[in-house]
Ligand binder design. Sequence first.
Ligand code: NAD
Length: 504
Amino acid sequence: MVQKRRFSVDLDHIQQEGSENPSTPSILTPSKAKYFRRQFSEQNFDEEIIINRIDDEEKEQIKKPLLLLINGIEKLPYKIADINLAELGRKALSMAEAEMPGVMRLRKIYASKKPLKGVRLAGCLHVTAQTGVMIETFRALGAEVQWSSCNPLSTQDHIAAALVKAGIPIYAWKGETEEEKLWCIDQTIYFADGQPLNAILDDGCNLVRVIHEKYLHLTSVIHGSSEETTAGITKLRKLFKANKLKIPIINVNECVTKSKFDNNYGCGESLIDGIKRATDVMIGGKVVVIVGYGHVGKGCAKSLSGHGARVIITEIDPICALQAAMDGYQVMTMAEACKIGQIFVSATGSTGLIRGEHIMEMRDMAILCNIGSGQTEIDVVWLKANAIKIENIKPQVDIYHLSNGRAIILPADGRVVNLSCAHGNPSFVMSNSFSNQILAQIELFTKKGQYAIGIHTLPKILDEEVAMAHLDYLGVKLDKLTPTQSAYVDLEPCGPFKPDYYRY
Ligand SMILES: NC(=O)c1ccc[n+]([C@@H]2O[C@H](COP(=O)([O-])OP(=O)(O)OC[C@H]3O[C@@H](n4cnc5c(N)ncnc54)[C@H](O)[C@@H]3O)[C@@H](O)[C@H]2O)c1
């Protein structure tokens, strides 16, 4: 049965009013409304070109910013905190570009070929300087792009402003509510010409989840999604296992040049930055408990102990626990660690790790940080329900006073501290992750139909290319396999140098 849907387009200009108050999102007001309506079938939706049946004058007008009403949702050209921050944002983007050799190399190689022409990419990932450089690279490669953030606290408002100024529809501002975050994601489903997205870049399965829950009929026009994080992949695996996944996924997190770098070295640096900006606390000498000794936990432990912290690890996996012990850390249960830790860092991608029973045992003024995923690694709901007083110290830092007379410091409301209280992982390491994202999008689009519904990884050779693209910048030179060595170890001199199962 062909289902009919209503679709309205306001062809008139809309004026943008920069907000005077930087904390208030800019608002857009429509001038005279004039609606173009048509009915169309979902079955041939991707073939429909909305402007085919209108005259030339209206075609000209349709190129201007549009106000769309899609399923009753008003589509704005963008929504950010303050467009006046654009100049500041542009400077930050230039600095990030200089530290992102891999992404800039891809921009240079592919800009003339435009391999992403025809891609309507909706992204849902922290709006930071590094993401901005990636977004502008997607545009240079021919894609149309619009973006929301996967985290209500991580948007860098000056970057959002610079991107909007460059004509990119961004729907994100720092301090969104959960409801506003979902509204922002909804804004990225359809583009200004009324066409829906046909590609996704996701962090934490936020956008893919919305598509599967609310826009299932669009999955047939989506080439696929590239997922950034461990936590997102966990959710996608569940979806796939339940036979509910409807699009191909490239697991970017699984690239060696992503999880062994961004998660490890990146979080190692940005965790400290987040803790310091939130609390100004001295790390040297403190007892720090890290929950989870995976990629992120390893990087955080190394970096914290480098600052002189006495690090304790809690784990559930015997292999990771053994690694932690052999790296020289104490390993114990949370029931023991909660009594002695002064700073706690959850880094698992799981839920309910630091709970009420642990919190009540903690020392006065213990700091609870999360660098894993979402907001449930620390039981923030319990804290809110059981605190006798919640004292806001500054944006993104609260002190919870407990009935036992002690207090707990909670940065970022339990969300990722590195992106909420600081600026996230540094550009150089994100250049690795985002080079993989760009290659994943090129794979999905240029090989559409070749990736089955499911979760895939990029070929090892691309991973090696991403690493190679970052060596020059560091002044690193490689030795080359001699013909004798090449024959002896049975490897081509140009790689791949390791089998897929190699663990690094
Ligand atoms: N904030 C950031 O910038 C950032 C960057 C990368 C990844 N991440 C997120 O960090 C989280 C961890 O990523 P990863 O790559 O290290 O994953 P990982 O799978 O390598 O490591 C997670 C570790 O947590 C351990 N763990 C699980 N449940 C536990 C429990 N109850 N107690 C103790 N340990 C437990 C697991 O055994 C595992 O070793 C994910 O949610 C990921 O999405 C955040």
